[in-house]
Design a protein around this ligand. Structure first.
Ligand SMILES: *[C@@H]1O[C@H](CO)[C@@H](O)[C@H](O)[C@H]1NC(C)=O
Ligand SMILES: *[C@@H]1O[C@H](CO)[C@@H](O)[C@H](O)[C@H]1NC(C)=O
Ligand SMILES: *[C@@H]1O[C@H](CO)[C@@H](O)[C@H](O)[C@H]1NC(C)=O
Ligand SMILES: *[C@@H]1O[C@H](CO)[C@@H](O)[C@H](O)[C@H]1NC(C)=O
Ligand SMILES: *[C@@H]1O[C@H](CO)[C@@H](O)[C@H](O)[C@H]1NC(C)=O
Length: 598
């Protein structure tokens, strides 16, 4: 039968025609298959964990459209360039029925996109889109199955005062933050909402805002006559709070179903600063997107906040009990809840920190070192607009404000690691002595807080800072180049290459070498044996990140030698690194040059 079938087709010219047709179909199929593969890999790449995308650079990460995104949202910025006073001060909220409902994105026509771009610097998010979405818009229930099944004893939870600080926020965004809290918090648990106006200049945030909230009940406005910054404004709110628990929210958030109960449940225990799981509100379309579950907060050598992969233990807990709050070394700072008594007992905030920056690290270290905890509950989901840069003005300049705050936090809490921080940041060290921190050091003494070493050893043992039980310095190849992350490239996943060695203060060239054989750079990067080339990857337990020192060589688990390849340049700078068979080659000889880290 089969042979008959083929013999029918495979005769003479017909045979040629059908063979060609067959070949064509096979090729067509292959093409489809290849494009399918391409599509799925692109999909996979786009799905890459956002915390992985978040840790590239000092202040920003490169998202999948190649855009640099600043994580801290008070950093940098202008306030709208040439926009007229009328434009800046007008409230153009005009909701279109259905727009953005269910957390869906809002798309603009090409013409509107042009206007949106002009207005973008005003808030660093798409104000045209925000003004179209109802302040009462619906959002999907973002909780996992297991979170939805948790039963809270609502009658016995402590009550909440929600504190929202704003400075020149857009009307629609601020109101949507407020309405989302009112719409999605159980009546009995929400004691009050305090809006704190940090000296906004926009007209619509004056009387017009007061008229809008007058009938909402529970909502009040406090106004600071002078620009005081996040810390001063939050302290104002906290002093006026009558609820048992303070819940701090940024002014460009939207809370989802069931967000409050898990926060209050955990904050009730009086020893924890509890953060919600932060999802993403697109700064362009205001679409609500889920962020990856596996992240916690920490910081780089320069004390920039970073989202990183949590410890193995935390990952395990998350798998076994996905609704359980888990510890984090640091909080992002914008959103958290804490029992009022604990907040004040631990010293509130450092009131001499101005505008924004470093207050989240100061609070995190203080909490852990002074006997409390910082945790994230995966069951409370709040969307937050991450802005590409800050639209705010910094009185006195960004660097001065941020550096003063960093200097304060480091000098009070970091012990020997403060010396490390100041050694490699001379411009911050220069203003260290201008800070009067005696009152905060007194607080630390009175609360009998633990050391920063205790914090690193116990709260963040996976940290990538130098320490006394680790080697720190420069790893120089016999041919002249050094090991390091090529500057100006996204370090993560980047192929490793030889770099110039620099001086003792070139912190980018300095590495930690751990007793178990890991070569760590700043940002939690570890040198990893790849396919062919060595690469910089997030540090994890992989055996491919172990490099054993054998004489002057660095050997992988399977006995290969770390090798600096050499092209024209002879010294190996910009040339690839690889692991290959150990031979008599200077590219395999490494010198460990210790550099004192403090
Ligand atoms: C301000 O306006 C001028 C001329 O209209 C234009 O060239 C310039 O790009 C504008 N600057 C900003 C920051 O928008
Ligand atoms: C939003 O909800 C509040 C309270 O239910 C209501 O008073 C208000 O009219 C609503 N606003 C809009 C724009 O839907
Ligand atoms: C607050 O601002 C007013 C006028 O704007 C000024 O006179 C006063 O000194 C400021 N107060 C502080 C504490 O900066
Ligand atoms: C803030 O600074 C002032 C003036 O320098 C100082 O008197 C005060 O003790 C400081 N407060 C804290 C909490 O450090
Ligand atoms: C470590 O990370 C790499 C990718 O960077 C991954 O392929 C590997 O599975 C991880 N290993 C462990 C033990 O987590």
């Amino acid at each position: 039968m089969v042979r008959n079938f083929w013999s029918y087709f495979c005769r003479g010219r017909r045979k040629k025609f059908y063979s060609l047709l067959l070949l064509f179909l096979v090729l067509l199929n292959a093409m489809f298959y290849v494009s399918f593969l391409l599509y799925t890999t692109i999909q996979k790449r786009n799905k890459k964990a956002w915390h992985e995308r978040l840790q590239f650079d000092q202040d920003s990460y490169v998202d999948n459209s190649g855009m640099r995104v600043v994580v801290g949202h008070y950093v940098g910025g202008n306030s709208g360039g040439n926009l007229s006073d009328d434009t800046i001060n007008s409230n153009n909220y005009a909701p279109i029925s259905g727009a953005g409902e269910g957390g869906r994105p809002v798309q603009l026509s090409p013409r509107e996109v042009i206007t949106a771009r002009e207005l973008y610097p005003l808030h660093s998010y798409n104000i045209l889109v925000s003004d179209r979405i109802s302040i009462n818009r619906s959002l999907p229930d973002m909780r996992s199955e297991s979170c939805r099944n948790v039963q809270y004893d609502i009658e016995n939870l402590p009550t909440a005062t929600v504190i929202i600080v704003f400075h020149n926020e857009a009307w629609s965004t601020l109101m949507r933050t407020l309405m989302s809290v009112l719409l999605r918090s159980p009546e009995v648990l929400l004691k009050q909402i305090i809006l704190v106006d940090d000296a906004s200049e926009r007209k619509y945030l004056g009387k017009e805002l007061e008229n809008a909230i007058v009938n909402l009940g529970k909502v009040q406005i406090l106004r600071s006559a002078n620009r005081t910054g996040l810390v001063g404004a939050r302290l104002m709110g906290a002093r006026a709070a009558t609820g048992n628990v303070l819940v701090f929210l940024d002014a460009h958030c939207e809370v989802t179903q069931g967000w409050l109960e898990p926060l209050l449940d955990r904050a009730g225990s009086d020893d924890v600063f509890i953060c919600p799981h932060i999802d993403l509100l697109s700064d362009d379309t205001l679409a609500y997107t889920k962020s990856i579950d596996a992240h916690w907060g920490a910081f780089s050598w320069r004390l920039h906040f970073r989202w990183l992969m949590p410890s193995k233990e935390v990952m395990l807990t998350k798998t076994e009990n996905p609704s359980k709050p888990y510890p984090t070394p640091a909080m992002a700072g914008g959103l958290f809840a804490v029992r009022k008594s604990l907040f004040w007992r631990l010293g509130g905030y450092d009131e001499n920190m101005t505008i924004w920056g470093a207050e989240n690290l100061e609070l995190s270290w203080r909490a852990w070192q002074c006997g409390a905890r910082v945790e994230i509950t995966p069951c409370s989901r709040v969307g937050h607009i991450f802005r590409r840069h800050s639209p705010y003005k910094y009185p006195g300049g960004v660097a001065k404000v941020l550096n003063s705050n960093l200097a304060r936090a480091a000098s009070v809490w970091m012990d020997e690691w403060a010396d490390f921080f100041f050694k490699f940041n001379p411009s911050i060290a220069a203003i260290r002595d201008q800070q009067s921190v005696a009152a905060r050091i007194e607080l630390r003494k009175n609360l009998q807080c633990k050391s920063f070493k205790w914090y690193l050893d116990n709260v963040w043992p996976q940290h990538f800072f130098p320490a006394d039980d680790r080697w720190f310095g420069r790893i120089r190849n016999e041919k002249g180049s050094c090991l390091g992350v090529v500057s100006g490239t996204p370090g993560l996943g980047g192929p490793a290459a030889g770099v110039g060695c620099g001086g003792d203060l070139d912190v980018e060239r300095l590495l930690v070498y751990t007793p178990d054989g890991r070569i760590m750079a700043d940002e939690g990067l570890c040198l990893q044996q790849g396919n062919g080339r060595a690469v910089w990857k997030s540090c994890n337990d992989s055996k491919k990140q172990i490099w054993n020192q054998k004489g002057p060589r660095l050997k992988t688990q399977d006995g290969l030698c770390l090798t600096q390849l050499i092209s024209d340049s002879k010294d190996g700078i910009n040339d690839p690194l690889t692991a290959k068979r150990c031979v008599n080659d200077n590219g395999q000889i490494w010198h460990f040059e210790r550099v004192p880290w403090r």
